[in-house]
Design a protein around this ligand. Structure first.
Ligand SMILES: C[S@@+](CC[C@H](N)C(=O)[O-])C[C@H]1O[C@@H](n2cnc3c(N)ncnc32)[C@H](O)[C@@H]1O
Length: 220
């Protein structure tokens, strides 16, 4: 796996790209509601949650809205952190959105009970470093949940998912193109992911597959 100084593979998400992404993903609130349920099933009220790479912040905001958690978000994109702060203010919830790199987190050891990271892990230039940082900032017994596109996704699974997003013609065609041809090349298969986790100190790693993605449960 290669590393680079910018922290992400390929094109960074700043400016208009980040705003386009925020608008489009904001049209699928069900996706973030489902992710929030997955987190709630794994965390006790009162937990301190870190979302790594929250982008526009929809999941962090949904979690903060429950009133059950203290939520922090860390993203390398200044535009996304700005957007996420605006959206949290509009929603009237408190989330500590910060700029930073998943593989060099600005947090003390053992600061969080739970780490979640969705649709972003494949973008990291230093995936093992990011896993090691997740492990470092978790308290003993803490858990992490990583959800991302699987490398071996089929064209049919992509089409079905994008058709449900309710996007207009051009955005729909572009999103299908990116999810079918460009992003899978950066993503991991189940066994590749297990190989990355094996290089860290996580005690357990459980990877489940759906047609589109991998859900990875890790325990410190
Ligand atoms: C496709 S977006 C996903 C955003 C959000 N989690 C979601 O589900 O919609 C990928 C995110 O990863 C962030 N990112 C990429 N590399 C990063 C890194 N090294 N550290 C922190 N964030 C990173 C990008 O800025 C972007 O917000």
């Amino acid at each position: 796996m290669t590393k680079n100084d910018k922290g992400y593979k390929g094109v960074g998400m700043e400016g208009p790209i980040a705003r386009w992404y925020a608008t489009n993903t904001g049209r699928s609130p069900d996706r973030f509601a489902e992710q929030a349920v997955q987190v709630r099933e794994r965390t006790a009220p009162g937990s301190e949650i870190l979302e790594v790479a929250p982008g526009p912040g929809y999941l962090s905001i949904a979690l903060a809205r429950t009133g059950d958690y203290t939520v922090t978000g860390l993203d390398i994109s200044e535009t996304f952190v700005e957007i996420a702060r605006e959206k949290a203010a509009e929603a009237g919830v408190e989330v500590d959105f910060r700029v930073g790199n998943a593989s060099a987190m600005p947090f003390e050891d053992e600061s969080f009970d739970f780490v979640v990271c969705c649709a972003a892990f494949k973008n990291f230039s230093d995936p093992v470093g990011a896993l090691q940082e997740m492990h470092r900032v978790l308290r003993p017994g803490g858990r992490a949940l990583i959800n991302d596109l699987r490398r071996d996704v089929s064209k049919e699974a992509v089409d079905e998912d994008v058709d449900r997003m309710g996007l207009g013609g051009l955005s729909k065609a572009f999103t299908k193109y990116v999810l079918r041809s460009f992003l899978p090349r950066q993503a991991y298969t189940k066994s590749e992911f297990e190989g990355l986790v094996a290089q860290t100190r996580f005690r357990t790693c459980d990877v489940r597959l759906s047609p589109l993605s991998l859900d990875v449960d890790l325990r410190k």
